[in-house]
Design a protein around this ligand. Structure first.
Ligand SMILES: CC(C)(COP(=O)(O)OP(=O)(O)OC[C@H]1O[C@@H](n2cnc3c(N)ncnc32)[C@H](O)[C@@H]1OP(=O)(O)O)[C@@H](O)C(=O)NCCC(=O)NCCS
Length: 176
């Protein structure tokens, strides 16, 4: 296993498209895509443009947006998942989204890809100088909270986010 974080690129279009298809049309955490999700070329071209704008720390973003590295979790040329690293928290991210979101395609789960992808995401957070990051997950998302706890996450609280469609949400901090 040689896991890397790769920014969206047309070079991996086929693999990205297959990964997206595995999630159906629903939301994919950390993908930067808006549901209903489609894995076509035009969508990827728009994603590449969006990713490069969000990653450009010299660019001014709309007030409700923060700089964000949109990555694919890639193993030997295959897109196995998605990871988004938000450089800062706005009000919504502080309550619900956190600094990092991720998803691994169904056929590639339980092989350590979330763990490996998150470790690389944390390296990136160190690189831009953060001291700690917040990561959230639904209270019953065992795979996600085990991933976060495995990376050293300390539970801050569990809040009721029913109004935002999340039921109960765990908020963790990882010290870098
Ligand atoms: C949560 C998710 C990212 C985990 O990805 P993954 O690649 O299967 O996770 P890993 O193989 O790296 O496993 C990490 C840890 O979680 C555990 N784990 C993963 N899935 C699990 C499950 N369904 N039940 C119990 N434990 C699970 C692993 O055993 C491992 O724990 P360990 O280190 O103590 O052995 C994946 O299930 C997913 O994409 N889910 C849908 C999207 C999502 O929920 N994203 C997170 C939003 S906060």
């Amino acid at each position: 296993m040689t896991v890397q974080l790769v920014r969206p690129t047309l070079d991996l279009f086929d693999s990205w498209s297959a990964a997206v298809a595995e999630f159906g049309a629903g939301h994919i955490d950390g993908s930067g895509l808006t549901a209903p999700v489609t894995g076509d070329r035009q969508t990827l071209e728009a994603l590449i443009e969006k990713a490069s704008l969000l990653a450009d720390t010299s660019a001014e973003l709309p007030e409700d947006s923060v700089h964000n590295d949109l990555y694919w979790i890639v193993d030997e040329g295959e897109v196995v998942g998605f990871l988004s690293f938000r450089h800062a928290l706005n009000e919504y991210l502080r309550e619900v989204g956190g600094h990092i979101g991720y998803a691994v395609r169904g056929s590639r789960r339980r092989r350590g890809y979330a763990r490996a992808g998150l470790a690389l995401g944390l390296d990136r957070a160190r690189e831009i100088g953060l001291d700690r990051v917040m990561i959230t997950c639904d209270d019953d998302n065992v795979g996600s909270f085990r991933t976060i706890e495995g990376a050293g996450g300390v539970l801050q609280d569990v809040t009721d986010q029913t109004e935002r469609g999340h039921a109960r949400l765990r908020r963790y901090w990882i010290t870098l």
